[in-house]
Structures are given as C-alpha cells and as structure tokens.
Write a protein that binds this ligand. Structure first.
Ligand SMILES: O=c1ccn([C@@H]2O[C@H](COP(=O)(O)O)[C@@H](O)[C@H]2O)c(=O)[nH]1
Length: 269
C-alpha cells in the first residue's frame, strides 16, 4: 500500500526560529518534539522495494537533512506547489544530487511555477526535466490534479489532489480564505494535508497568508471529509498541548507515516 511520510511540518521559518527563545523554540532546541523542518512529504509504495514510483511534494531548504533523516539517497521526482523559498530552496542541492548520480530529475509543477523556478535557478535545466501538471498527470499510479489556491498576502499557491483506486487525498499547505471554486476539489476526500501556521493568528487579516487552526476547523466542518493532518506550523503551535481539535484532525509530526488507501480486509471462506 502507498504511504505518505511527513519530512517536515514547519512554516516558512521552521522551528526553532532563529534567535527566538519562546517556550516552543526552546523545547525544539533542547528536546525536539517541536523541531519542525520546512513542510514536505514523501509518497512511496511503503514496501521499500522501489517498485512504485517515489516522489516528494516540495523541496525546501531542509531537503538535504530531510533525506538524511530518512536514510534516503535520492528521490528522482518532485511535485512543487509554488515558488516560494520555503518550498523550493532545496532545488539546487537536489539538482546537484542528480548531477552526481548522472540522472535527470523530474520536476512537476504548474507551467507558471516552472517559469518562476527557471528564472530563479537558470542552471537547473542541465540536470532536471521540467514537466507541467496543468492538464493533469499520472504519477506513481496516482491521477494528479493541480489547482490554484488563495495564499492571502503572499498571492497564490497550488494544491494537489491525488486519486487512485477510489481513494482520494489532497495536499494544500499554503492557503487561506478559499473561494467556493477553490474548495471544489477538496470535497469528498478521504484525507487532506492542510497548512495551519498558527492556532489562532491575531495579525490583521490582510497581512495573513495561511489558515489558522480555528479557521481550518470551520473549513473542515463544511467539507466533511475523512481525516485531516495539519502541517506548515510555526512556533505558535506546541505539539505537547491539547488544542481540543475536532475529531478526525491530527497535528502531523516529523517522520509520521500515513497509509494512503483503504485496507481491504480479507474474509475467511
Ligand atoms: O515571492 C515570494 C514571497 C514570499 N516568499 C517567502 O515565502 C514565505 C512565505 O511564508 P508563508 O508563511 O508560507 O506565507 C516567506 O518566507 C517569504 O520570504 C518567497 O520566497 N517569494
């Protein structure tokens, strides 16, 4: 069965945040329950035999240490949600790994995200093939659909919905204030990975860019989907706390593995 591994669950700054001595950052430095690298997930067959195509969603500046955390030498295929530093900062190192191995990496993203990445890192094309997701793609047995989502003060990002064998899930790490059409692909999901930077963010709404947990729960009550994992969390979130979240919501932890698919119980004759 396919599985998803959380390689990082932090916001753009990661946790601990530089110079910060709040309780959460201090705990992250001393003990590490709240240590969060920039948000990224790995999807694979879960069988370790490499038979199904492995891919990652996003490649932030922590990519190299995230690979080492997992004991992985290489992942040849990436899906990118948007061209912000916390989601693409690891691309030069990933391309360098492709160079070392003598392979061409495959980077999938919406056309305009590819154009921005190529503008920022013009040398990547020597080691990477850029492949557009706009018309929908097939990856590792998944039917993959990308769509634009509101990222508030920071413009917009893309989310991905993946369908296989009647199981549907989506990755939407950087969104806020989704409009009706942007919510459409989220209906009827079995599982959602959703970014929630704060528990309750007090900053002026027009300056914000990602849901907080309070707003996310309102969204989830409306969507009525299976299970949700919160990711992209800043130092406002303390994983040791009980936030009394609605049933069906889990705060994702680094290294957490989630099965993707429905277990079929074998009936004895
Ligand atoms: O054009 C841009 C705009 C922003 N960034 C960086 O992205 C993150 C955004 O933080 P969120 O919490 O995900 O909203 C921030 O670090 C900006 O510096 C960028 O790289 N490019």
């Amino acid at each position: 069965m396919n599985q998803l591994t959380f390689l990082g669950t932090g916001d753009a700054m990661g946790v601990p945040r530089v110079y910060c001595d709040c309780d959460v950052c201090t705990e992250a430095r001393l003990m590490g329950e709240n240590k969060r690298k920039r948000s990224s997930v790995l999807i694979d067959g879960g069988d370790g035999d490499g038979t199904s195509e492995q891919f990652m969603i996003d490649c932030g500046p922590d990519w190299r240490s995230q690979m080492e955390d997992q004991g992985l030498r290489m992942v040849h295929t990436l899906l990118i949600t948007h061209a912000h530093f916390d989601h693409i900062g690891g691309l030069p190192e990933w391309a360098d790994a492709c160079r070392w191995l003598g392979v061409k990496g495959r980077l999938y993203a919406p056309r305009e995200v590819i154009a921005t990445i190529q503008g920022q890192f013009p040398w990547l094309g020597r080691h990477v093939d850029f492949l557009e997701t706009d018309g929908g793609i097939e990856l590792g047995g998944w039917k993959v659909h990308s769509w634009k989502v509101c990222h508030g003060h920071n413009g917009y990002s893309y989310a991905y919905r993946l369908d296989q064998g009647g199981y549907s899930w989506a990755y939407c790490s950087d969104a806020i204030d989704l409009k009706t059409s942007e919510k459409e692909p989220l209906h009827g999901l079995d599982m959602l990975v959703l970014g929630t930077s704060f528990v309750h963010e007090l900053a002026e709404f027009s300056t914000r860019s990602v849901y907080d947990m309070r707003e996310a729960q309102e969204l989830l009550r409306e969507l009525k989907l299976g299970h949700t994992y919160f990711t992209h969390m800043s130092h406002d979130v303390d994983v040791r706390q009980n936030y009394n979240l609605d049933q069906g919501i889990t705060i994702a932890l680094t290294g957490m593995k989630v099965p993707l698919g429905t277990l079929k119980l074998e009936m004895n004759a």
